[in-house]
Design a protein around this ligand. Structure first.
Ligand code: NZQ
Ligand code: ZN
Length: 386
């Protein structure tokens, strides 16, 4: 097991009606906030009114900035930064999903910086940022307690991330009832993303990581069990609650303690959603199985363990490769069963940009840790995902 420091400062407030606590919780940090949200789902569901009322009841003044798009854009982040600077705002309240939270994080970092916020997404380290609070409406990205923010620059359609501990929200309010209104497709994208966050950590080259292996396997099994339930019964509180909590734990860094994660599939996917604007989870359903097929030979034993413990594939000691391949097949079939595309052509993506995406994904350095991937490898993975 690697040495590690684990600190996740986000206070999680979980359960029914917890969104009503948002004003009280925000008032602990600020009396003047930026209320940041997406394209309107929070207005349709009535959540916007609840949040506004709660802020007002607790004497919190707010300035609004809505309109965050899925695959959030740097232009809106820049608008938010300017607003915060002009109006002396010292706290961002994000109400929505990963896109809204990531946009809020970009604003939070940019508001404390003299230069252009995009610098942070191209290598300039973040030193500090404004505090953030979250009311989560979709379990998926795990941004509600992660240190990352992923933003797309319309100039060149680059999707890049920035990381810093100060980006971890101060609090995250998680009411599973708020996810009842999600369309099945978005629910499934979220499920795929949270599974991918676990898989990125699971496929490691560290050998003695039994405890976190089993945490990862348990988390995956629970998600696999509850996924069809939430898809068939969108208002099943118990199953929605399991999925929502799993989404946070999948990406709050606990499952990665003591091990080095891979993250190549995320990089490979970001090039796709950067150019084609498809949902991140859908892109992962396509890329993750292709990545698995490309790399499994580097540690057949680990892939066989995954097949056995997560998918209940019987281990064939005489042919571990067969066991490993059966686990990859099960993963692919599962994504398909929840309505995800598993090939690029299903998502109407042809090979026009394979070369460009492979070059962009690896332009800074080779990606991945389970196996280091260079431009040609990434290109081959796009071909496998065709
Ligand atoms: O914009 P609105 O109207 O709110 O609609 C959203 C959006 O269209 C809708 N939605 C959200 N909650 C809803 C709802 N519709 C009905 N009822 C609800 N309760 O769902 C759509 C997708 O929302 P989005 O925020 O884009 O989804 P998600 O949470 O999956 O976030 C995806 C983004 O997160 C990034 C991805 O790359 C992508 O840009 N990621 C962020 C990470 C992080 N910061 O740690 C890690 C992830 O790996 C990921 O890369
Ligand atoms: Zn992800």
């Amino acid at each position: 097991m690697n040495n590690f420091t684990f600190q996740n400062a986000t206070k999680i407030i979980f359960g029914k009606d917890t969104e009503q606590l948002v004003g009280k919780e925000t008032a602990l940090h600020s009396k003047k906030v930026l209320l940041h949200y997406g394209g309107g789902s929070i207005k349709q569901s009535g959540l916007y009114d609840t949040v506004v009322q709660s802020l007002q009841e607790n004497g919190v003044e707010f300035v609004e900035l809505g309109g965050v798009k899925p695959n959030p854009r740097v232009s809106l982040v820049r608008e938010g930064v300017a607003l915060c600077k002009e109006q002396n705002i010292d706290f961002i309240l994000a109400v929505g999903g990963g896109s809204v939270i990531d946009s809020a994080k970009g604003i939070a970092a940019g508001a404390k910086y003299e230069g252009d916020v995009w610098d942070f997404y191209t290598g300039t380290p973040i030193e500090t940022s404004l505090p953030i609070g979250v009311v989560l409406t979709i379990p998926a990205a795990g941004s509600e307690s992660s240190a990352g923010s992923v933003i797309t620059n319309e100039d060149g359609w680059l999707k890049r991330d920035a990381l810093h501990d100060s980006l971890r929200p101060q609090f995250a309010i998680l009411n599973p009832v708020l996810s009842y209104t999600l369309p099945a497709y978005q629910t499934a994208c979220g499920i795929t993303d949270m599974m991918s966050h676990i898989l990125e950590r699971y496929f490691t080259t560290e050998k003695n990581v039994d405890f976190t292996d089993r945490l990862c396997e348990g988390a995956l099994k629970s998600i696999i069990h509850n996924a069809p339930i939430v898809l068939e019964q969108p208002t099943n509180y118990d199953a929605r609650a399991e999925i929502m909590w799993a989404g946070t734990i999948a990406h709050n860094d606990l499952l990665g303690t003591g091990r080095t994660g891979d993250w190549a599939s995320h990089n490979i996917e970001h090039e796709i959603s950067g150019i084609y604007d498809i949902a991140h989870g859908a892109g992962l359903a396509i890329i993750f199985p292709a990545w698995m097929k490309y790399v499994y030979k580097h540690d057949v034993q680990r892939f066989a363990q995954f097949a056995n413990r997560v998918w209940n594939v019987e281990i064939d000691l005489n042919d571990l490769e067969r066991t490993a391949l059966a686990g990859i097949k099960k993963t692919e079939e599962f994504f398909q069963s929840i309505g995800m595309p598993i090939t690029l052509s299903e998502a109407n993506i042809d090979d026009q940009y394979f070369r460009e995406m492979a070059r962009k994904a690896t332009e800074r350095w080779p990606i991945g840790n389970f196996v280091k991937l260079h431009e040609e490898d990434v290109y081959n993975i796009y071909v496998l995902a065709k």
